[in-house]
Ligand binder design. Structure first.
Ligand SMILES: [Zn+2]
Ligand SMILES: [Zn+2]
Length: 367
């Protein structure tokens, strides 16, 4: 048992030697087992996990091994976690025990050309733990556990007014905010179409509305999620796909199309839909992983002077800006969280999320 004094206070954190963690033993075989509590390195903090959200990526990586994944029997997934700092590494002055924190998964190697430029989500040493790249819950142990260590570069203090549950949504805010950053942002009053009312689409809707886009047109067909889209700030709901959706978006924008179309769906035809609902000279931002190769009329983009942007993950400290928008009351993060499970029931949580039981959107696991 290690005992840590909280700086400037009388409270102490009793840190046990062992913890419960969800460890992957094979494809789809996640078991709750005992593991040693990790010890933070010089630039790390040890976080007592309060909650960890299940992400679509978790479903993929726990069913299909990916290159760089820790071996079966060692791998603890989970990358959308929040908690309390209970101990800090030797050189850490940025955090003290007792701080409530949220994280982003990626920590760049900070030695390659891209990391030096700040583009750490495209770290040239991606997946190479020895070289200093860490992707928490992907290449190093993550947050489906009682404790986790993470590098201070990717840890953010949670403002007092934001609950742990809401703060688990910070990664989901980071994806659209980073994408918008790379796409050059937009000016208040510009028109935006968001395709796909999943977690990223709903969050994108709230963010662009919070930043005063007008209109904000949400395109999708899942009715419960579309309803929620209105609560997330969509000014118009287009319940259609394909050419129907394109026609309706064009109608809503006086026949011109939107200034910016954001594809959060990644369907077989959604890139082409995005192209056709965008104004001449407009922009497209792709925030989805496409299940397979897709076809789209790229000549239409060239003829129409449309620029296409893509981003991966959060990047450029976008999570910090997401927390700020939450603090300002611009993101109704709580409405996205539909279910909570204990760590012991994580497999039920995964099934609930995968099968969208009870209209599941975001599902939390609490150790
Ligand atoms: Zn995620
Ligand atoms: Zn790097």
């Amino acid at each position: 048992m290690r005992t840590i004094e909280k700086t400037g206070g009388s409270s102490q954190y009793q840190i046990p030697e062992k913890m419960r963690a969800a460890v992957l033993f094979g494809p789809g075989d996640l078991r709750i087992v005992e593991r040693p509590v990790p010890v933070p390195g010089p630039q790390n903090v040890l976080i007592k996990v309060a909650a960890c959200a299940i992400c679509g990526t978790d479903l993929k990586i726990t069913s299909h091994p990916f290159p760089g994944q820790p071996p079966f029997g060692e791998f603890i997934p989970g990358h959308e976690y929040v908690g309390t700092v209970v101990s800090v590494g030797d050189t850490v002055t940025e955090f003290t025990p007792g701080d409530r924190v949220a994280v982003e998964a990626h920590k760049g190697c900070m030695r390659c050309e891209n990391c030096i430029k700040g583009d750490y989500t495209s770290c040239l040493n991606y997946g190479n733990v020895e070289m200093g790249h860490h992707a928490s819950g992907f290449t190093v142990p993550g947050g489906f556990a009682e404790y986790v260590v993470h590098h201070i570069n990717a840890v953010y203090k949670i403002p007092d007014s934001i609950s742990f549950e809401e703060a688990t949504m910070v990664t989901t805010t980071g994806t659209p905010l980073y994408g918008l950053d790379v796409a050059g942002g937009f000016i208040a009053g510009e028109s935006i179409a968001v395709i796909g009312p999943g977690p990223i689409g709903l969050m994108t809707t709230a963010i662009v509305r919070g930043l005063a886009a007008d209109p904000v047109i949400l395109v999708g067909t899942n009715e419960p999620r579309m309803k929620l889209g209105a609560e997330f700030g969509a000014t118009d709901l287009v319940r259609a796909k394909g050419q129907d959706a394109v026609n309706q978006v064009r109608e809503l924008t006086g026949g011109l199309g939107v200034d910016l179309a954001i594809d959060c769906a990644g369907g077989p035809g959604t890139l082409d839909d995005a192209l056709r609902m965008t104004k001449l000279g407009g922009r497209i931002l792709l925030l989805a992983f496409y299940k397979e190769s897709v076809t789209a009329d790229i000549s239409h983009a060239v003829r129409s002077d449309i620029t296409i942007f893509t981003t991966r993950g959060e990047g450029r400290s976008a999570c910090r800006r997401g927390l700020s928008m939450m603090k300002q009351g611009l993101i109704p993060a709580k409405k996205m969280i539909t279910h909570e499970f204990k760590l012991e029931d994580i497999m039920e949580g995964f099934a609930t999320f995968r099968e969208r039981r009870g209209n599941a959107i975001k599902v939390l696991v609490k150790p």
